[in-house]
Design a protein around this ligand. Structure first.
Ligand code: ADP
Ligand code: MG
Length: 324
């Protein structure tokens, strides 16, 4: 990291965040200038600190990256530059799919700090909605629209080689996050590793079967090569159901700090794979009042509708016009 970025960094707490916001017009103006604010730290995520800041006239979210992985502590160092790639990806995806991306109000690279739109209640994290058994009739529509636009318009299907390579070069610097994915998605689950966790002893045999399945490991190695080598589009990079906030009418994608030029299939597969996991988890959530059978059908229908809705089909004519 550049020395000057290191110099201006201070981890904020609730008190120093108030001072920071007051000195930052792009944030203060969203909260109506002066007045008192109420701050709540809500980082239920794994990596960063997330504050909801409310005043009588508005609300914002402030997110700061510290130089380590939050859920592990400073024994696992992690570059703060991830905040830069998160803000950049959010801005680029927001330009292409503003209806499904929170607006970035402010980014401070030295502080690894971003201010963005507060995605207000009743939005909840999609994973929580799936556990509660809530149906989201527009989810397939919204997510296929978001992915079609962000992936198509950042790929060579739309851009020229010069612009594409410029983007690829810039996001190559998000290498630490890519290396983390290579480790925790494509390597660790298939071998004995410190951070692996499963419900022991019940799943011991299943975990062992995965570790000993050479055919599976060869397939995974192929996918890992694609993840590393295929600079196809500016992908979100971590598109699980914990990175999506929803109501039945609205879908907002957050947290693209793993953003880089990679294979489109990594985003599409992460989202669909998480829906499949949610499908299989439903039996564990069934109780006497709700056997979850109808809900399982809704999950399968959502998976089926993803390619069928093929929003790219409806955006393509306008693209072709623009290019010709
Ligand atoms: P991390 O990078 O640490 O995983 P996330 O970006 O996933 O952090 O944010 C952690 C939590 O903070 C989310 O699960 C969500 O509950 C909340 N959150 C994050 N961004 C917003 C936002 N713009 N509006 C409302 N809540 C948010
Ligand atoms: Mg997260």
């Amino acid at each position: 990291m550049a020395a000057e970025a290191e110099q201006g960094f201070r981890p904020l707490d609730e008190a120093s965040l108030v001072t920071y916001i007051k000195a930052t017009p792009a944030l203060a103006s969203r909260l109506g200038g002066g007045g008192s604010v109420e701050i709540k730290e809500v980082g239920d995520g794994n990596l960063n600190f997330v504050y909801i800041v409310k005043s009588s006239s508005g609300a914002i979210v402030v997110k700061q990256a510290l130089p380590y992985v939050r859920c592990v502590g400073d024994s696992w160092p992690m570059t703060r530059e991830r905040a830069y790639f998160e803000a950049s990806t959010l801005r680029e995806h927001g330009r292409l799919s503003p209806e499904h991306t929170p607006e970035v109000y402010h980014f401070d690279r030295a502080m690894s700090l971003m201010g963005m739109r507060y995605i207000e209640p009743p939005h909840i994290i999609l994973r929580k909605g799936l556990i509660a058994g809530v149906e989201y009739p527009l989810l397939a529509d919204h997510m296929s629209n978001y992915m079609a636009k962000t992936l198509f318009f950042t790929s060579l299907l739309y851009n020229n080689t010069t612009d594409h390579k410029k983007g690829v070069a810039e996001y190559c610097a998000n290498v630490e996050m890519c290396r983390l994915t290579e480790q925790v998605v494509f390597s660790d689950p298939y071998r004995v590793s410190k951070f692996n966790r499963w419900t022991s002893p019940y799943l011991d045999k299943d975990a062992e079967a995965v570790r000993e399945d050479d055919e599976l490991k060869l397939e995974i190695a192929e996918l890992k090569s694609m993840f590393i080598e295929r600079a196809q589009a500016l992908i979100h990079g971590d598109l699980h159901t914990g990175s999506i906030m929803v109501t039945p009418n609205s879908t907002q994608v957050i947290d693209p700090e793993f953003g880089f030029y990679g294979p489109m299939g990594f985003d599409i597969g992460a989202f669909l794979g998480n829906l499949i996991l949610a499908y299989y988890a439903q039996n564990g959530h069934a109780d006497q009042t709700n056997d979850r059978k109808a809900y399982k059908k809704w999950i399968l229908k959502t998976i089926e509708e993803m390619p069928a809705r093929e929003q790219s089909a409806s955006v393509l004519p306008s693209i072709v016009q623009r290019r010709s």
